[in-house]
Design a protein around this ligand. Sequence first.
Ligand SMILES: *Cc1c(COP(=O)(O)O)cnc(C)c1O
Length: 372
Amino acid sequence: MPRPIQATIHTAALHHNLERVRRSTPDAKVWAVVKSNAYGHGIERAYEGLRGADGFALLDLAEAERVRQLGWRGPILLLEGVFELRDLELCSRLNLWHAVHCDEQIDMLATHKTQVPHRVFLKMNSGMNRLGFTPQRYRAAWARLNALPQVDEISFMTHFSDADGPRGIAHQMAAFNTAAADLPGERTLSNSAATLRHSADAAVRADWVRAGIVLYGNAPDHPENSAGHWGLEPTMTLSTKLLAVQQLQAGDTVGYGSSFTAEGPLTIGVAACGYGDGYPRHCPTGTPVLVNGVRTRIVGRVSMDMVTVDLTPLLQSGMALGTDVGFGSEVTLWGRAGNGAVLTIDEVAQPAGTVSWELMCALAQRVPVAVE
Ligand SMILES: *Cc1c(COP(=O)(O)O)cnc(C)c1O
């Protein structure tokens, strides 16, 4: 018998969230961003729910090959472009569109031998200061690309640093428009946060949006807004069962480092999930968790294979220990419980000092994954 832990990918929720993006941007095409193995969901597992997108965007050439193997004939965009010359051969063979963010990538294209010219997305560094040509150097890069026989259509791309927060995107939009306004071709600017928060502006929606986290059911701007506020549904449930119950008295402590001390009699459950499964060790006492679909909290330190949970709210709601709750009871670390209750990943990520993106990507290999 394997450990009871299990992740479940919800195909209908992926589909629902994609439709939610389309409602925000009815006139834009949607890249489903499936980098990092579809944000931990598994590209093959997420494919059915996301195949209604107009294209798939990712970073890794091996992942692009997997998308083609699934039978996808439509656009695939390499968000960071190629890393070495021979990557361009795969781009030619699999018809991958790729970002061009630096002179070295243009040099590689200039020496690439191909029958079929490539479609490229010229990336501007409009203020994020990771990848791309500065506005001052953007047109020169465009002119170089435009002169290459290896290049077919040139599209334009930038990435926002603050679409989820108070600084916003105006300064980057201004930089982008100053350098790119009159260049001919399609544009892609928005990530999930810009798509939800700023897409009333047609220039921000542009021709393509790049939707990542929103497809996986999390708010890009948590805690200002919740997934429920944006009408998103959880696409990944991480669930397990109780392995044991302990009765504590005042002064008893729980787990490594005795970080939690009971103030009075307390019933706790021990759930089969720990940081070895990808549940964050940084979750403090008080982090929400569902047991039998009832919201409660974890107590004490998360260990590699176990986490301890307070059963008080269940007992207070009238469930009887041993019959209604005990060994084998359902524990939902995030996602949707059997009774329909939802605990968003955002609510777990925040007390752990991180973001939903990281928790989904960190789902451990040892966790079996089902698709429904
Ligand atoms: C990851 C990524 C996205 C998607 O970001 P979300 O915040 O998950 O929507 C969009 N564009 C680029 C360039 C990315 O790397």
